[in-house]
Unconditional design. Structure first.
Length: 202
């Protein structure tokens, strides 16, 4: 009789409102981490979609190009670029410069100047940009201020150095054949440079 009485007491206790409340609380705390994980994963997917959409918008505006600097300016984590690189959606053309292969305007002149903003296209490169010759120079020809350390580009460009007061003279923005803006000297400055340096020109 005592055993039956004890069992009956346990059953009554389990079915009491307080016990049911405790069971509900226990279930809540067990399920809470899973619910929070689901919410977090959904939020992360939404953030990923938003950021990738931002990247694609920048790429479209830039004719297939995006830089790490633009990513930082728009407060987008570089992880998204890495992810798109791994998927083959982007190509790394130089340090901090990325290109979408779906665009057909791979532009070496533009990429070079993005990396080397102190360089102004001059001489034969400027002639080419002004459509005064249809021969693409075998190597970039640029002008910088005297004292500029050109060791990084010595294998990819012919570098001319001028006095500081002459550096900006005749500097203009001009579109490459791919439609991107780069800095070069105007036609008058270019012709003057070529005439002055005619002994070294072919």
């Amino acid at each position: 009789m005592s055993i039956n009485f004890e069992c009956q007491s346990v059953l009554q206790s389990a079915n009491s409102p307080i016990s049911k409340c405790q069971n509900g609380t226990l279930k809540f705390f067990i399920l809470l981490p899973f619910v929070l994980c689901l919410i977090y994963n959904k939020a992360q997917k939404e953030v990923k979609t938003v950021n990738q959409d931002k990247i694609r918008k920048i790429i479209k505006q830039n004719n297939g190009i995006i830089t790490a600097k633009e990513l930082s300016y728009n407060k987008i984590d570089s992880w998204y670029l890495t992810n798109m690189l791994q998927k083959g959606e982007l190509e790394r053309v130089a340090r901090g410069i990325y290109f979408d292969p779906n665009f057909d305007n791979y532009d070496e002149l533009y990429f070079f100047q993005l990396q080397n903003k102190a360089c102004i296209y001059s001489y034969h490169s400027a002639l080419y940009l002004h459509r005064l010759t249809d021969r693409l120079p075998f190597i970039n020809e640029v002008t910088v201020k005297q004292g500029y350390n050109a060791w990084r580009i010595k294998d990819s460009a012919i570098v001319h150095q001028v006095k500081k007061e002459w550096y900006e003279l005749g500097k203009v923005e001009i579109k490459t054949y791919m439609g991107n803006l780069v800095c070069a000297y105007d036609m008058e400055r270019t012709i003057c440079d070529l005439v002055r340096d005619r002994k070294n020109q072919d």
